[in-house]
Ligand binder design. Structure first.
Ligand code: OGA
Ligand code: MN
Length: 295
């Protein structure tokens, strides 16, 4: 059965596609992987419904698109992990499978996922693709929203485009967590969270489209006073996350959603924190810093 990809909203033919004709639990062919890669370059978000995959199958599928990141983006020590280091544990569960207490530090840290962000923008080599598989979802809420940073860039006026063209931002999880009042980091965590620099405007290597590389992890812009920098980032984020640029994914169990962090931002939405939400994410590294990419 051949892969086909169709826009979820026909009014937005280049953002958010649904893929059919593929079973991610089985090995895929190089032609399938190429078709998915081409679909990502066009749609930036791809939805695969009804994929009953194991962690191993998710990892095997993800590896077709490049080297995977280790899951170091949360506060879980290796010894306390529920799942393999190849997957980010995007759940509200502790290592024994119980819903975390309301004041659990790991839970409060993970609430940062509810701010608009691009995955691992705080790493020198940020994320290319993220693949999120829903295993157990709450009865209501908990959608994930995606914003198209290419369309948002295109809609800027020429003065703004010229003004931001060469700006370089500092990204750190200290900034995103700080925005929620989560400020108690150990010295070791502070060292791990040393800011990294990324370009604010980037060009997609396949589609050639420019996009805004925004993220809640941004806390400063080179050569700009901090309040001015943060105001500019807020302003651009408000622009880029208007509803016309947003696709809201309503999860069903065993959906897998794959997105291009070079061209989108995303956020989780609220849900009843006493209910189980078990999601697992594999992350393909982009391998180089945006500073090394041609503008
Ligand atoms: C992520 C993330 C959002 C969600 O997995 O990177 O931000 O809805 N998830 O869980
Ligand atoms: Mn994320």
């Amino acid at each position: 059965m051949a892969i086909s990809i169709a826009a979820i909203d026909p009014a937005r033919p280049d953002f958010a596609g649904e893929v059919s004709g593929i079973d991610l639990a089985a090995p895929i062919t190089p032609a399938d992987a190429a078709a998915i890669d081409a679909g990502m370059a066009r749609f930036a978000v791809l939805v695969f419904r009804d994929q009953r995959i194991t962690d191993e199958q998710q990892v095997a599928f993800s590896r077709h698109f490049g080297p995977l990141e280790e899951a170091t983006g949360d506060l879980r020590p290796v010894a306390e992990r529920r799942i393999s280091m190849a997957l980010n544990d995007i759940s509200n569960l502790d290592q024994s499978g119980k819903v975390m207490a309301r004041d659990d530090r790991r839970r409060l840290f993970s609430l940062g996922n509810m701010l608009w962000h691009s995955d691992s923008s705080f790493k020198a080599a940020p994320a290319r693709y993220s693949l999120l598989s829903a295993r157990v979802i709450p009865g209501a809420g908990g959608n994930t929203e995606f914003a198209d940073m290419r369309a948002a860039y295109d809609a800027l006026d020429d003065e703004t485009k010229a003004m931001i063209q060469d700006l370089v931002c500092e990204h750190s999880q200290i900034y995103s967590r700080g925005a929620l009042g989560f400020t108690e980091f150990t010295e070791q965590e502070m060292r791990q969270c040393a800011p990294v620099k990324q370009r604010l405007v980037r060009r997609h290597p396949v589609s050639g489209r420019k996009s805004l590389f925004l993220s809640a992890h941004i806390g400063a812009i080179d050569g700009m006073p901090v309040p001015e920098a943060r105001m500019l980032i807020r302003d651009l984020t408000e622009h880029a996350t208007q509803r016309e640029f947003v696709y809201a994914h309503v999860w069903r169990p065993f959906d897998l959603v794959m997105w291009d962090n070079r061209a989108t931002m995303h956020r989780a939405r609220r849900y009843d924190a006493t209910q189980v939400r078990d999601m697992r994410r594999t992350t393909v590294s982009d391998e180089v810093s945006t500073l090394e990419q041609v503008a």
